[in-house]
Design a protein around this ligand. Structure first.
Ligand SMILES: NC(=O)c1ccc[n+]([C@@H]2O[C@H](COP(=O)([O-])OP(=O)(O)OC[C@H]3O[C@@H](n4cnc5c(N)ncnc54)[C@H](O)[C@@H]3O)[C@@H](O)[C@H]2O)c1
Length: 435
């Protein structure tokens, strides 16, 4: 197949569209690879790329883009080392999008940049692997979903738990009736920090010594942020999760993974209400930390179909780690640290429940690596699924719509917390209102 023909094929292949024509071209033995451009090559971008290389035969990174010169150089180096080719380098993502050799892009920049980058990428006809949360607000996410559906491009949101074999197993077990009726999920994410370590507090990552307004392109970082006049601040640039303009902290960084996976396992969609509370209790201004987002956060969600999700996150103690517990009338399915799954049958006077769909259920303990042979948390398989969707061979497991449904609870929690009010979501009008 000619280069132009190959690109046309990749560009016109929609999320679900395993068209007859496409299948014929694949069957004809075209050795097509997706030509990927990578926008944002910080910690997540580099990790996803590295794990994506498990499917080396499906893609090559032909271009990388980052506003911080140090991370751009690292990305080029990683492509040369693992991919064995030399990618083009860009500082301006619009120039990368204008490159006709790029079929698809991965976007792993800070949250406030997802919207403008995803919209521009879709307009440029590119498929996208878009890190979570899909966008910084509900309204922005809705526009991405609408445009993705209109132009028929593949969007895979970076909620990789969906590609984690433990959650897939949990979903099967739940659907087989192992847990009985489930009206309640408990989800949590706890962390703690050694104040003498290189990262002494949540999201206070190490800042490169050479960081300056010039080599980070501060203006481009601020694009899409609420306040464009903030003077250069390397804390904001490298530790952006701590500030509302670029992130919603726990709610969109951690919680969205967990509402997403609860939806996936239990076949739920969006909640109808949320009450959130919390605060900055650990790393206060008095202790010299200017973070704006809470380090202690709880949210209670009601769903329209007799279901409640109880969420908590705290950065002052990590005894219980992180995970989700799907609490059914006949048993509990829990996934901890994305690595272990446990099933505990309920006992009634020492016996299993009468309603059980599967008799004689025993406790079950699975280790993702040892028992299911999955080396990472699902990231490698998530990228593979994206590439296969670009090639028209699979359907994306985390399309834009699923990413938006995952993010809405995060945004509702932020709005409830900031307004100190219970918030309600009307799924028909796609609007929220307060009590
Ligand atoms: N799926 C997951 O489990 C997971 C885990 C971590 C992070 N993430 C997501 O990945 C994204 C990135 O997070 P991170 O931890 O890698 O952050 P990071 O700060 O380490 O990396 C962000 C990169 O974007 C670059 N950048 C900033 N502005 C840019 C611009 N205008 N154009 C091009 N590049 C720009 C920065 O220089 C940096 O290299 C976020 O959306 C985050 O929520 C997802």
């Amino acid at each position: 197949m000619s280069d132009v023909g190959r690109r046309d094929f990749l560009k016109t292949t929609a999320a679900v569209a395993t068209t007859a024509a496409a299948m014929t071209r694949i069957a004809e033995g075209a050795s097509d690879k997706v030509n990927l451009g990578w926008i944002g090559t910080g910690s997540r971008g580099m990790y996803v790329m590295e794990h994506g290389y498990q499917s080396k035969e499906l893609f090559q990174v032909v271009a990388v883009c980052d506003t911080y010169s140090g991370n751009l150089a690292k990305a080029k180096d990683q492509v040369q080392t693992i991919g064995k080719n030399t990618p083009k380098t860009y500082v301006d993502y619009r120039e990368l999008l204008a490159d006709p050799n790029v079929d698809a892009v991965a976007i792993s920049t800070p949250e406030h940049l997802h919207f403008s980058m995803a919209i521009a990428a879709l307009k440029a006809g590119k498929n996208i692997y878009l890190e979570k949360p899909i966008a910084h607000t509900i309204e922005e996410g809705a526009q991405i979903v609408a445009l993705a559906e209109k132009v028929g491009k593949v969007v895979q949101v970076g909620t990789q738990n969906r590609s984690n074999k433990l959650y897939k197993r949990a979903k099967e077990m739940y659907e087989q009736g192992m847990a009985g009726e489930c009206h309640f999920t408990r989800a949590f994410w706890y962390r703690n920090f050694d104040t003498t370590a290189a990262v002494p507090a949540a999201w206070r990552y190490v800042i490169p010594e050479d960081a300056s307004p010039e080599n980070t392109d501060w203006k481009r970082f601020l694009e899409g942020a609420k306040d464009q006049r903030v003077p250069f601040d390397k804390h904001r640039y490298f530790q952006w999760r701590n500030y509302w303009d670029y992130s919603s902290g726990i709610a969109t960084d951690l919680l969205v993974h967990q509402t997403d996976i609860s939806n996936f396992v239990l076949n739920k969609t969006v909640p109808s209400s949320c009450s959130a509370s919390g605060g900055v209790y650990m790393w206060t201004r008095a202790k010299g930390d200017d973070r704006e987002v809470p380090d202690t956060f709880s949210a209670v969600y009601e769903y329209p179909d007799q279901f409640e999700l109880n969420y908590s996150s705290y950065f002052g103690n990590d005894q219980y780690g992180y995970g989700e517990q799907f609490m059914g009338s006949e048993g509990t399915i829990e996934v901890i640290s994305r690595q272990y799954m446990n099933f505990f049958p309920q006992k009634f006077k020492g016996k299993s429940g009468a309603m059980i769909a599967v008799k004689d259920r025993q406790e079950l303990h699975l280790d993702r690596v040892k028992d299911l042979g999955q080396a990472d948390d699902g990231t490698g398989d998530h990228v593979r699924n994206f590439l296969m969707a670009c090639l028209g061979k699979e359907k994306a497991i985390a399309p834009a719509k699923a990413g938006q449904i995952a993010a809405i609870p995060g945004h509702l929690a932020t709005l409830s917390y900031k307004n100190n009010k219970k918030i309600f979501w009307d799924d028909k009008t796609q609007k929220y209102h307060f009590s």
